[in-house]
Each structure stands twice: as C-alpha cells, then as structure tokens.
Ligand binder design. Sequence first.
Ligand SMILES: [Fe+2]
Length: 242
Amino acid sequence: MPRLTSSNRQRTAVETSPLSSLPLQGSVHNLTAQSLPNIGIVEGSLTEKIVGELWSAVENAKNEPVSLKGSLAGNITESLVLDHSARILKDFTTEVLPGFIKLYLEKFGGPPVKYISLKTNDYNFVLDKLWVNFQNKHEFNPLHDHSGALSFVIWMRIPTSHKKQAELPHIKDANVKQFVSNFCFNYVDILGNLKTFAYGMEKSMEGRMVMFPSTLNHQVYPFFESEDQRVSISGNIGLEAI
Ligand SMILES: [Fe+2]
C-alpha cells in the first residue's frame, strides 16, 4: 500500500497499511468509492433465430451487392448495404433494436447528440443504415466514429482467437499484445487520459451485439494467419422529429 510521507515537518505521514488496522470504526460513516458518471454502452447476445435471419440478409446482399466502401473508414475487403426494410429482418428491427435502445435510454438518459435541441419525447429513432463487413487477414478498420445518434456492431463470424493471435511470433514478445485482432473503443477518462476498452475476439463472440453512442471512437485491429473471412454487421440509428 502507498504511504504518504514528506520531508516537510508541517505535514503528517499517513499510514495506509494494513487497511484492517485503520481507525475507521467510529470515525467515518458510509465510506464509499464513487465512479463519476459517464456515458456507456449496451450489449447482449442474439438468439440463433435472429442470427439466422441476419445471415439471410447477408446472403441477399451478396446476391445483389451494393458496396458501401466509399463512405466507410474500413481498410477491408468489402462492406455491403443490407436491406433493413426486408421482412426477414422484422424481428431484428422491431424487437432487438428497440430493446437495446430502451435499455440505453433507461441507463444513460438519451443519446448524446450534440447541437440538436430536441426534447426527450420530440423524436423517434430510425434505422438509417445497415451494412455487413467482410474482413480478411491483415485488413483493419482505423480509428473512426459514425453518423447518427446510436450505432451498433454485431459479430457474425470470428475465425480467430485473440489469445492465440497474441502468441504469434511477431506479437508474443511485444509489450502491448492485447489488441491484436480485437475491436476496441477509445475514449478519455476524467483526467483526459486516453483509454482503450478492448473486446477479445473469439468464436464465442459470434452473435454478440454492442450498441454505443455513434460518436464514440472505435477501431478494429487486423488478424493474421487465417484464410477465413471475418464478418460483422454494423448500423446507424438516427433521430427523426415527430
Ligand atoms: Fe465503426
């Protein structure tokens, strides 16, 4: 435990160890640690039924491909528009998305949209864009944010294990190896320090969906030594005045 000391005789050393010997009993009431409020994210795992419907939408997009690469940051093989009005996605758009948004509103009060002077009940949420990303080895998605109020990502196929990726010869001795192949949020803490929240990419993440404020920066690091394609679905939800 740290010990506060000083050469200044006006100061008093504060001994903090061992904790159990501190004279708290009778001196302090309700001693608590408090995290300062911040905006967060919502995540959950989709059912096999919903994931199957999303795969059907992906197959439809491959049959009539409309590329979205020109308007996206990703340095990846392809991103295709998904038809979010298709009947096959009805459960996703009428159950999954509202469920995620509802929890987001309950927990965080509303989307952190700047420069829009709408009162809480003055708008509806609308799914603006939905697309699928195909990422091969060595490809990446640089630090970026999205348009809209809330955005989301769904990991559909993860062909690699980030734990195994971290053991690759060019990574295993590195000082920083926790990011390889992973999806990361980047944000500043209350002291202005840049922080990274990484989702470790494993097969077990397939079907996992994360909803986040659209302007929250994020990036995807490359994976190596796998010929399989990584597939994710992304979307942007905007606001529409009532
Ligand atoms: Fe993104």
